[in-house]
Design a protein around this ligand. Structure first.
Ligand SMILES: Nc1nc2c(ncn2[C@@H]2O[C@H](COP(=O)(O)OP(=O)(O)O)[C@@H](O)[C@H]2O)c(=O)[nH]1
Ligand SMILES: [Mg+2]
Length: 234
């Protein structure tokens, strides 16, 4: 996610829109909850029914600091192998990738590894930010097929992904946190060389340093912590 915005424009009031949108692709096996995660983030809604997605685009503006607004473009991809060309395009144009698996589906965790490898091959040397998401954290422990603690170690240590987060689209756990973390990282990378950046801080402190307020988004049940990481699988 390197490169800098080449220009800015005014957005209604006094906020400036950065010209280069942050493109996020959400990927993973079918029925892991990709669309529900996006819908929870965009509209604060949840649908109990699964309807196969081909490819959906969403846009959202968010405030990254007092005077700066950035455009976020989210591609909600298909979980099937039917559209490889579309998947490759999403991999090429996106800056950040949310790879979702479901805690009650161990095969979906394997699919994350496959996708991760494909993304890295497709992108070559281009900067690539990958977050692994363990969704459906609300399902009872006895129904889990993947231990979240083990999954986090595999994802962040073995696979060297940038982040791991436990979510529930159903209960609205960590959905806003997921997108705000990606946004903060993007903002910091884009402004790494910028002397007038408000985010010039020591690396260890950087996650706390960027004020971030989503426009038009209110969640009555926002939980910031990485919820319930207990694991009984031996
Ligand atoms: N229990 C639970 N079910 C979820 C969650 N997220 C999605 N689902 C359900 O999983 C199914 C598939 O969701 P969907 O978002 O369509 O999956 P996608 O194919 O990955 O886009 C639907 O029946 C959703 O209601 C969650 O966090 N918890
Ligand atoms: Mg879908």
């Amino acid at each position: 996610m390197n490169g800098r915005s080449s220009s800015t424009k005014r957005n209604g009031g006094s906020s400036r829109v950065k010209s280069r949108p942050l493109r996020i692709a959400i990927m993973g096996a079918a029925a892991v909850g990709k669309t529900c995660i996006v819908n929870r983030f965009m509209n604060d809604t949840f649908n109990e029914k699964h309807k196969a997605t081909v490819e959906d685009f969403h846009q959202k503006q968010y405030k990254i600091s007092k005077n700066n607004v950035q455009l976020m473009e989210i591609v909600d991809t298909t979980g099937s192998y039917q559209f490889p060309a579309m998947m490759r395009v999403s991999m090429t144009i996106s800056h950040a990738f949310i790879l979702v698996f479901s805690l009650d589906d161990s095969k979906s965790f394997e699919e994350v590894d496959r996708l991760r490898q494909e993304i890295l091959e497709e992108r070559g040397d281009k900067p690539t930010y990958i977050v692994v998401v363990a969704n459906k954290s609300d399902v009872p422990e006895r129904e889990r097929e993947v231990c979240p603690i083990t999954a986090e170690i595999v994802a962040t240590v073995d696979w060297e992904c940038d982040d791991f987060i436990l979510t529930s689209a159903k209960d609205d756990i960590n959905i806003t946190t997921l997108f705000s973390e990606i946004t903060k990282e993007h903002y910091l990378r884009e402004n790494a060389q910028c002397t007038d950046s408000p985010a010039t801080v020591a690396p260890g402190e950087r996650r706390k340093s960027v004020p971030l307020t989503f426009i038009n988004y209110t969640s009555s049940n926002l939980r910031k912590s990485k919820a319930n990481t207990s694991c009984t699988i031996s």
